[in-house]
Design a protein around this ligand. Structure first.
Ligand code: 4AD
Ligand code: MG
Length: 431
């Protein structure tokens, strides 16, 4: 089989004979000409099989083709203005590799329930192809940015003895007779690794038994946690800003075709400028009250609050200095006010809300012991974590990017479920 040709490289093969291996995702047969829309994973192209130009059995074969049949088509590649992608293959031979039967996803509108049940097939759609590719560009971009900045990737365990983000959303498992939990975030382990490599990150699934059925919540999602020694709160905010800005520029450069397919108006992304807006929690509550929210000082922002606030802003916004009691135990307190945490969430515009959570960590041994006990956590479970404050403790900060939240915003998806290949939702873990 000729594996040299990929549809994405069509412009290099004009007026040459090529063989494409792929699937027929749309077709229009007629008595004298069969139009086949073919995809090969790299792109999309039209092939025409003209009765008068091909052998009889070739045309017969082409007429048998159904939606999602896998094919090998050989023919002349031409420029063709009328074809949806600007190129077309004049087929000389058509080989059916596997004839598909009654492909269940058609052109008509399907409801989300049907599509999610058929997610294994739905992924083949042009729209899902585009989202998967943008997601991939974001993942690549995150790795590239952090590696360039001197961060070492340190992958963290999925099975853990203790909670990172509160005990209410823990998935418990039986670890050969002992209780263990699935990781909510690798942060605590990264805090250990900074003493070795200085700056590090992980990129892995995060699991939360969160009984939330919103367009922002997945049960299993991917998180990139980054952590750096000798980095303070304000340095961390600038670093997050650089990362997000880098990612936006990268997708705008590399994903033009994909954005077109999903009909994402990229102007709002193009208009994003540094520095991002910064609001303290105090200012945020005031602003939300003005906008009509009934949020009271001391409670965390709800989903509706985030939507309300971020429909208002055209650029990402940092919310800083949250009440310590709504943030996790490891947060360092503001030196000017012990009730406030040096924690920041980055909220995305166009109504999206939180995409990053992070902050400066408490580096003092005794303060950390006190808060662990105050929050009813078991000191014994965190002995190793407390060790980090015994042996050369330093100021440090870090943050966690929710990959799917970022993808949902960048692609302007209605629901985060489309931003991950196989979403795990409150009521669904099939397929
Ligand atoms: O804000 P979170 O809970 O922060 C942490 O887990 C920290 N330990 C991260 C760190 O400092 N290293 O989660 C981080 C991000 C959120 O901002 C959000 O984007 C995403 O993870 N996230 C979710 N995404 C999808 N579904 C959920 N249920 C999510 N929960 C959090
Ligand atoms: Mg958060």
């Amino acid at each position: 089989m000729n594996k040299d040709f990929l549809i994405k490289d069509a412009s290099e093969f004009v007026n040459k004979e090529i063989t494409v291996l792929g699937w027929v995702y749309n077709l229009r047969p007629s008595g004298s000409i069969v139009f086949l829309q073919v995809r090969d994973g790299s792109g999309f192209i039209q092939a025409t099989v003209v009765k008068n130009d091909v052998k009889k059995d070739v045309f017969k074969e082409a007429q048998k083709i159904t939606l999602e049949t896998s094919v090998e088509i050989t023919g002349l590649l031409k420029e063709e203005k009328r074809s949806p992608t600007g190129y077309e293959i004049s087929a000389k031979s058509v080989i059916i590799l596997s004839l598909a039967q009654d492909y269940p996803i058609g052109k008509k509108e399907h409801g989300p329930d049907f599509l999610l049940k058929n997610r294994h097939l739905w992924l083949r759609s042009k729209r899902q192809w585009a989202i998967l590719r943008i997601r991939n560009q974001i993942i690549q971009g995150i790795n590239e940015f952090l590696q360039t900045e001197g961060y070492t990737r340190i992958d963290t365990p999925i099975i853990t003895p203790s909670a990172c983000e509160g005990t209410t959303t823990l998935f418990e498992i039986d670890y050969f007779g002992q209780k263990a939990y699935l990781s909510q975030s690798g942060q605590l382990y990264l805090e250990a690794a900074i003493f070795s490599v200085g700056k590090c990150y992980d990129f892995s699934p995060a699991l939360r038994a969160e009984k939330s059925k919103t367009r922002r919540h997945l049960i299993e999602f991917w998180m990139m946690d980054a952590e750096a020694a000798f980095m303070d709160f304000s340095q961390m905010l600038s670093f997050e800003e650089e990362l997000i800005f880098f990612l936006i520029e990268r997708v705008l450069k590399n994903c033009r075709e994909e954005f077109k397919i999903i009909e994402r108006d990229v102007k709002p992304l193009e208009s994003i400028k540094k520095p991002f807006a910064r609001l303290t929690y105090d200012e945020t509550v005031k602003k939300l009250n003005e906008l009509g929210s009934d949020i009271v000082w001391g409670s965390d922002l709800g989903n509706d609050d985030e939507t309300m606030l971020m429909t208002h802003y055209q650029t990402p916004v940092f919310i800083t200095h949250y009440p310590a009691k709504v943030k996790a135990f490891y947060c360092k307190k503001d030196s000017g006010n012990e009730n406030l945490a040096l924690a920041a969430d980055l909220l995305a515009p166009e109504g999206y809300g939180e995409v990053i959570g992070g902050g400066q960590r408490e580096e003092d041994y005794q303060k950390l012991v006190d808060i662990i006990n105050k929050e009813g956590l078991k000191e014994k479970d965190y002995e190793w974590y407390l060790d980090l404050r015994k042996y050369g403790s330093v100021i440090h900060s870090g943050f966690g990017v929710g990959l799917e939240r970022l993808v949902a915003w960048i692609c302007k998806l209605e629901h985060v479920r489309e931003s991950i290949p196989f979403p795990r939702l409150l009521d669904r873990f099939y397929p």
